[in-house]
Design a protein around this ligand. Sequence first.
Ligand code: KMH
Ligand code: ZN
Length: 285
Amino acid sequence: MPANTLITVAPTGAETNKEACPQLPTTLEELVATAKSCEEAGAALIHVHIRDDDHAPSLDLGRLKDTVQALRSETHLVVQLSTGGSVHDPLDTRLKVLEAEPDSCSLTCGTVNFGPDVFLNPWQVMVDLYRQAQEHEVVPEFELFDVGQAWSLRRLVDECGLPYGGKVHVDFVTGVLGGMPGTPQALLAGVAALPEQVTSWSATGIGRSHLPIMATALAAGGHLRVGMEDNLVYAKGQPVQDNDELVARAARIATEMQRPPMSTDEARRLLGVKERRPDRAQQPT
Ligand code: KMH
Ligand code: ZN
């Protein structure tokens, strides 16, 4: 059982509309402010989707670079860019995300139905993305939306070797309509299916599975992902006001479970990320 808990915040996502949810951080200023307050509340990693000037999902490389730079200079968080983007993003655009030089990137281990849409992750795209991550020395977080994707992860690592840094970190995204349900049983089945190369795992539950998955992950030795990408309801009849309150609640529950939030330095060691901060580049982690 790991002593401390990695808390990831996924503050924005690609699915929620700014008009429907004005508190969603969609501008760079809002994202940086959210990142700072979430770090203060206990987050150590930020999973980033960006938006354009109209608040629509974007994978614009210039914006991605500016975002990575701003988050790196304003916070100590591990910066993870989404390569999943939105279900409408073309695969070749998604494959260019790593040129923004994040610390980490998401890498989903298979195609999955996504509500009425399809989140496309063909085998060859997984391989291309993985090889790019190795070349760019970016640490992938393997996102599993279904239990069977654990076998694709096993095949990927068997055929392509370990990621940069040698650590294999998985995030279960449960409760997507089309993927594994957000239940303790499904999560534990996923954990049991993980290949032996996996060194750590976290989990999130979409919508109402947010809290049951959090409790199960903490009890089973996993780490946590929370945020407005995954959940817009804090409690019955109470919309989420901001990402900080989701992080703060996760930190409180983890602390009560005797697994308090880990620092950003601990997270860097857990994930094996490369030291890219200019002021730290010469120092051992
Ligand atoms: N927005 C979803 C279609 C990721 O960030 O890599 C995909 C997603 C996964 O959010
Ligand atoms: Zn995402």
